[in-house]
Design a protein around this ligand. Structure first.
Ligand code: TTP
Ligand code: MG
Length: 595
């Protein structure tokens, strides 16, 4: 569960450093913040007016049978209520507006940042965690911006304001009402502590539940084929039960705390009625004061109780912001040079010079790799699984930076140019095709405005994808669902070829999938590949003999090292690794084809 460590952070409810950084995001909307605070003070100030007006109604008008005056007071009360409701409406609207605007910006920034992160970051970070940052964690900040910070002001303000009214009316009665406060404070303190612990439990178990769910839904077909539903169900039940228990624990504290506060408030009112009633009988105070006190006592419990909830909001938000900032500060990036060299009109020469590379130093997956490709040539890379073929692509496109050596395009070190410039000239067809949700058209053009519809159709025709696309109900506008679940492997591959061709790249990289397709599709793909390779520099990780045979150079990779290099005939004559591979693997293919 080491992965969940981040999600367990539960620090302070207030951290001035984090808060300063958070306020930075509010700054553009400062005027809404100020407006919200002013509205808040107005709303907070209006509430305690009502009991005071009641007191005047009782003592000055009801007692003296002044019906006209009473009517005015009632109208006044009514006006205060209406005004307060209107202010409350504005307050709710603007605080929520403030919160939404702020998190909109933060979400933009977070997504943009994630887009800049390098492959290494995604190797070590579970997807679920990044999603949580952009959803849950940001949501708890929304709560902080929209209610937390501002409401804390108003709660404190209301309490002081009510106490002011109370002491102004009668200090002895005030002391009686406040006599329950020590118990309330102690209870709140205990509650906060317990809730905080159980909250951490809930979060921990929720994270477990989520990751279990994600993994098992993704791998559902494997579970079903191996008939493991029962076992998986049992595992899930346990995790689910733990989650329920954590939640019930936390509900228990709420279930005790809230009625407890109610009880205390009733006791306080009983004390007021008992003591204040005596005072009224003895004519020490007026009846209206007693009325007002009963209302004030009811009133001041709410903000005090809410403050403990605000404390939780603050604490959650601080923990969330810490996690968000940690992601924003993550600098796992492939940096561009300060002064990138221009890369105009690339011819497409590629050279690897003593390249060494590791995903995790010192586990080198490529050692001392050197080769050269002239513009327009095709190089095939062959080798056993895990030999490092895909890794060669990963470093040529700068998804990863190499440990030592040099990779040159047209004689320029790729680390000296802008990544964007470099990638503009390269198209890549990966082992597993990734389709996005959207139409087939947008999947081919990748929404590049420079690619016209005509280019899309032409590319699809050239690679032979056109035929099956024409047969779809909406043709090029057909929606790709769930990463292409409604398309076959071969069809997806053809789409990815069309995608590569539509870009008309100088350098084409092809990581051929090993997955077998039917002979018809195989032929289609074969033709598509030939079309793709025409007039470009190409690196092909090939499993198809015909692609390999036609290559200008074949590189035989073995455990990260180049063992043989040459064309098909030369390598066969050598009777080395390639020869053996050919005997084992490709001969069969040829035999099947010729029959
Ligand atoms: P690859 O370069 O992926 O090997 P390959 O492309 O030759 O294999 P295949 O034919 O099956 O596609 O991997 C070389 C080594 O690098 C291997 O030990 C796995 C490791 N590796 C990582 O650690 N992280 C990665 O992201 C990749 C792609 C590979
Ligand atoms: Mg590979």
């Amino acid at each position: 569960m080491a992965d969940n460590k981040d999600d367990e952070i539960l620090g302070k409810a207030y951290d001035s450093k984090l808060m300063k950084r958070l306020l930075f995001y509010i700054r553009p909307y400062k005027k809404y913040m100020v407006l919200a605070i002013i509205l808040n003070i107005i709303v907070a100030a209006l509430g305690p007016l009502r009991p005071y007006l009641t007191k005047i109604a009782v003592d000055d008008y009801i007692f003296h049978k002044n019906y006209m005056g009473l009517l005015w007071i009632v109208l006044g009360l009514f006006a205060v209520l209406i005004f307060q409701s209107f202010m409350q409406y504005l307050l709710t609207y603007y605080t929520q507006y403030l919160g939404q605007r702020t998190i909109l910006d933060l979400r933009h920034q977070l997504f943009a940042h994630t887009q800049r992160l390098a492959a290494r970051f995604f190797d070590k970070t579970p997807i679920g965690r990044i999603v949580t940052r952009v959803t849950n964690d940001i949501e708890s900040l929304n709560e902080l911006f929209s209610s937390g910070i501002i409401m804390v002001f108003s709660d404190v303000f209301i309490v002081i304001w009510i106490f002011g009214f109370m002491f102004f009316l009668d200090w002895k009665l005030s002391l009686v009402a406040l006599s329950v406060l020590p118990i309330l404070f102690y209870g709140t303190f205990l509650f906060r502590k317990k809730v905080r612990e159980s909250y951490r439990d809930v979060r921990f178990h929720l994270a477990r539940l989520n990751s279990y769910m994600q993994e098992h839904v993704t791998g559902m077909s494997i579970i079903q084929i191996f008939h493991k539903q029962k076992e998986e169900y049992k595992d899930f039940s346990n995790i689910n039960a733990d989650h329920k228990k954590a939640n019930i624990d936390s509900i228990f504290y709420y279930a005790v705390f809230y009625p407890g506060v109610e009880l205390l408030s009733s006791i306080a009112i009983a004390l007021i009625v008992w003591y204040g009633g005596g005072e009224v009988v003895q004519k020490n105070i007026q009846l209206g004061v007693l009325f007002a006190f009963i209302q004030y006592t009811e009133m001041f419990f709410r903000p005090i109780r809410d403050l403990s909830e605000k404390y939780n909001i603050m604490q959650t938000a601080m923990a969330s912001s810490e996690r968000i900032f940690k992601l924003l500060d993550d600098d796992t990036m492939i940096h561009n040079p300060a002064q990138p060299l221009p890369l105009t009109d690339l011819q497409g020469a590629i050279e690897f010079k003593n390249v060494t590379f590791a995903y995790n130093e010192p586990d080198y997956v490529l050692k001392n790799i050197s080769f050269k490709i002239e513009p327009g040539q095709t190089v095939a890379i062959v080798g056993a699984t895990g030999a490092g073929k895909t890794s060669i692509i990963n470093i040529l496109t700068r998804f990863y930076d190499i440990s030592s050596g040099e990779i040159l395009v047209d004689g320029i070190d790729i680390r000296k140019v802008d990544k964007k410039e470099l990638r503009k000239y390269i198209s890549i067809v990966l082992q597993d095709v990734f389709l996005f949700s959207g139409s087939i058209k947008s999947n081919i053009s990748m929404n590049n405005p420079e690619i016209a519809d005509e280019d899309i159709y032409r590319a699809s025709r050239l690679v032979g994808a056109d035929k099956f696309i024409q047969q779809l109900p909406l043709q090029y506008n057909e929606e790709v669902k769930e990463r292409g679940a409604t398309l076959s492997v071969g069809q997806k591959q053809l789409i990815s070829f069309a995608r590569a061709l539509a870009y008309d790249p100088r350098i084409l990289i092809l990581d051929e999938a090993t997955s077998s397709v039917d002979t018809d599709t195989e032929q289609l793909i074969q033709q598509a590949i030939e079309e793709l390779l025409k007039g470009r520099t190409a690196i092909v990780i090939a499993h198809r003999l015909s692609t390999i045979q036609n290559a200008d150079t074949i590189i035989v990779l073995h455990k990260g090292e180049i063992k043989e290099m040459g064309n098909h005939q030369e390598l066969l004559a050598k009777r080395g690794i390639y020869y053996k591979l050919y005997q084992l693997q490709y001969k069969d293919q040829e035999r099947i084809k010729s029959t």
